[in-house]
Design a protein. Structure first.
Length: 94
């Protein structure tokens, strides 16, 4: 199962005013669909796929706090404690 990228530019217009950094190079990504698919992957115990959905959104919106926190939590669940702490510290700076 691959994370998918089907969102229009209207999603971009909604996040920029909220102060999120946007990287225009990666393809558009649906935050809502990625969140849903990430949550499903986590419920199924597929932490790697959940992490891929986080990274997909973060490639486009590198300062999205919800997905940064989720990434930290997933890394922690995967046993990557030090990486998780680094992510949590980055979120605190936002």
């Amino acid at each position: 199962m691959q994370p998918y990228l089907d969102a229009g530019l209207d999603g971009l217009a909604r996040v920029e005013p909220r102060g999120l950094k946007v990287n225009p190079d990666p393809p558009d990504v649906s935050i809502a669909k990625s969140r849903t698919m990430m949550q499903k992957a986590l419920r199924d115990g597929n932490y790697q796929l959940g992490l891929e959905y986080c990274e997909l959104v973060l490639a486009r919106y590198p300062s999205h706090p919800e997905f940064m926190r989720a990434k930290g939590s997933i890394l922690y669940l995967m046993g990557e404690r030090e990486k998780a702490i680094e992510i949590y510290e980055e979120v605190e700076e936002i």
